[in-house]
Write a protein that binds this ligand. Structure first.
Ligand code: 4NP
Length: 164
């Protein structure tokens, strides 16, 4: 990613987006919320899925379990679907994979909205367009997903944190 962006407000609003909003993006939201609380940042974080299948549901039990293992509670979350207005409401919209990215960016109605959308792992490996792998069909994938998202959230905070 480029230089720290001074346009980013102190009270930045971040939306984490995956396909179902039950596995990856709830963990991304929970991990970021945990760091926001720990570090006393005035940031807000939410999550959504591009699909509607799981709207209203709790996160997947395997995401709840891996979060709990590392002290991150995500049981307050309920799945919701991404809506185009989220591109207006949030400052940063972070996709887990390129399919999510494409599904989000096609709703952008301005350059400003399009520039809010990023692949989350590009904060770790700039320009590599790496995906957070969908763990839905792979019970063993959750540990890796947690580690990837934990590192990405640290890098995002380093990148944007406005020190006053
Ligand atoms: P997520 O995982 O996008 O990380 O929440 C998935 C959850 C559900 C489905 C696919 C991916 N699904 O096909 O129902």
């Amino acid at each position: 990613m480029g230089q720290q962006n001074s346009q980013i407000p102190k009270n930045m609003k971040i939306l984490m987006v995956c396909l179902g909003n039950i596995c990856r993006s709830p963990l991304a939201e929970g991990i970021m919320q945990h760091k926001i609380n720990e570090q006393g940042l005035k940031w807000e974080v939410d999550s959504a899925g591009t699909g509607s299948w799981h709207v209203g549901e709790l996160p997947d039990r395997r995401s709840i379990a891996i979060g709990r293992k590392y002290g991150v509670d995500i049981t307050y979350q309920r799945a919701r679907q991404f809506k185009p207005h989220d591109l207006e409401n949030f400052d940063l919209v972070l996709a887990m994979d390129s399919s999510n990215y494409q599904d989000i960016i096609r709703h952008a109605v301005s350059k400003e909205q399009a520039e809010k959308v990023h692949l989350i792992m590009n904060f770790v490996s700039p320009g590599r367009n790496e995906a957070v792998p969908d763990p839905y069909w792979d019970d063993d994938g959750f540990e890796q997903v947690f580690r990837m998202l934990d590192e990405a959230c640290d890098r995002i905070i380093e990148h944007y944190e406005v020190r006053v």
